[in-house]
Design a protein around this ligand. Structure first.
Ligand code: AVJ
Length: 325
């Protein structure tokens, strides 16, 4: 018997030149920045999966706990015979766990790291021959337009958009609003019953938050430092990982955990005939992870064009799953 193979679309590579220019711009800013999307090369994706197993990193585990403990109520909102579009699918583990309760007719996994996605999708397809599995390599942070053929197909079924793991936290509130507007429009394209399920990390005490981003084993530190190797391979730069240290702080004002890489000494980095000096303790800002309150996030969903919202949290109210349509 011929095994069913997942279908793949890769739209990400098309924008590579513009991305490299943006990356260089970020490095040359007074406060140097790097987009968190560069974390996820093969090593970075594996390190992130390791982070989700750390005792200090509660979001992934808490999201699963909410899904498990309130499964019936949550799954009752999912449209039947639907197309699921999972944004930031990664290892596709989160969706695979949901399949034990509800199954889509088509599962579209979208991620920037298409190589990582493809291995896991083949597995998922092999285990779920009753589901049409589709992989899309795409940077959905600025636009949510799918390849034509796929875009058309999305109008035929009810559509369930999934954005799990609190990845929305990487967007600032304005970007989050625009992103959710695009998701709301995507849901409107689908047949009746379409909606969004999204995991959001909630504001809590600073020490719980900072420990989640500066674990005792140093896995998050490795995840953060690995981005320098990624940049070296993209730009041909000469960052020395040993000259940098990991830092994670909760910025209460902005309601976000900030990750930085801090120079241990005065140094300079060169690439393609350009260079940047860093003074000792100067940083590269590598990630923001915004934390929301239930109230503020509900308002944001409504502003984005959704009409109904529901949410579920864990006992400690550390994390929330929202349904919106
Ligand atoms: C994948 C963006 C949800 O912000 O918690 C984990 C990434 N960074 N530890 C997060 C991350 C450091 C993660 N997201």
């Amino acid at each position: 018997m011929q095994l069913k193979q997942p279908l793949f679309f890769d739209t990400y590579k098309e924008n590579k030149d513009a991305d490299i220019q943006a990356l260089i711009q970020g490095l040359l800013c007074p406060q140097a920045t790097l987009s968190p999307k560069y974390f996820y090369d093969e090593m970075g994706s594996v390190l992130f999966d390791a982070i989700t197993l750390l005792p200090e990193y509660y979001p992934t585990r808490t999201e699963l706990e909410i899904f498990t403990q309130q499964a019936n109520e949550i799954h009752a909102h999912f449209p039947k015979s639907a197309t699921w579009v999972e944004l930031g699918a990664g290892s596709c583990q989160k969706a695979a766990q949901l399949f034990t309760h509800s199954k889509p007719s088509t599962y579209v996994a979208v991620d920037i790291s298409v190589d990582y996605l493809s291995q896991h999708l083949k597995d998922l397809q092999a285990k779920n021959s009753d589901v049409n599995v589709v992989g899309v390599g795409m940077d959905f942070s600025h636009s949510l337009t799918f390849p034509d053929k796929l875009q058309q197909q999305l109008t035929l079924d009810p559509l369930l958009a999934l954005y799990l793991g609190s990845s929305l936290g990487n967007f600032n509130p304005i970007e989050a609003l625009y992103f959710l507007q695009r998701v709301a429009n995507l849901c409107k394209m689908g047949q009746p019953g379409s909606g969004l399920i999204i995991g959001i990390d909630l504001v809590k005490d600073s020490s719980t938050l900072e420990r989640a981003y500066a674990d005792d084993l140093g896995v998050t530190a490795a995840f953060n430092l690995n981005v320098l190797r990624r940049v070296n391979s993209l730009l041909g730069s000469d960052f020395d990982v040993r000259d940098w240290q990991h830092s994670a702080r909760f910025n209460v004002q902005e309601s976000r955990v900030e990750m930085h890489l801090q120079a241990k000494k005065n140094l300079s980095v060169q690439w393609q005939g350009q260079q940047r000096h860093f003074k000792q303790d100067e940083t590269i800002h590598t990630e923001n992870s915004y934390k929301w309150s239930v109230k503020k996030f509900t308002t944001l969903l409504l502003q984005a064009g959704f009409t109904n919202t529901r949410h579920w949290t864990d006992q400690k109210s550390h994390y929330a799953l929202f349904w919106a349509n």
